[in-house]
Design a protein around this ligand. Structure first.
Ligand SMILES: [Cu+2]
Length: 122
């Protein structure tokens, strides 16, 4: 079975144009898979990002390499602060603590995982 073991999103300040979502997917199947897309009706578009720190110590986000989004058989994909994240672009309204986001994850195999995601500040 492949499943979202944990997902959460920090609340956002008023008028924030973007928001990050973090999660863990566990893969208990015998097949490798990969996260390829996500859907959330609160966003104009979604990108899968990775965070890197440049030589000048500035944090930057860029599109994640597909290799980094693998969900290996018997393993997990971990998306966490300062690393991989789902980037919600064109946020319609701030994420408010206590609400639940109806996030869906699309895997390379065609599997679609529903991931109700609480907004909480960890
Ligand atoms: Cu990002």
């Amino acid at each position: 079975m492949i499943e979202v073991a944990d997902s959460w999103a920090p609340s956002t300040p008023p008028n924030a144009p973007t928001a990050a979502i973090y999660l863990r997917v566990d893969n208990g199947t015998g097949d490798d898979d990969r996260l390829v897309d996500a859907e959330l009706d609160r966003c104009t578009s979604i990108e899968l990002h990775n965070t890197t720190i440049d030589e000048d110590r500035i944090m930057r986000m860029r599109l994640a390499d597909p290799a980094a989004l693998e969900i290996p058989s018997g393993g997990e994909l971990l998306m966490e602060p300062a690393g991989l994240h789902v980037m919600c672009i064109g946020l319609d309204a701030p994420f408010r603590e206590g609400e639940t986001l109806e996030l869906s994850l699309i895997l390379e195999s065609g599997i679609r995982l529903e991931a109700p995601t609480p907004v909480e500040n960890r």
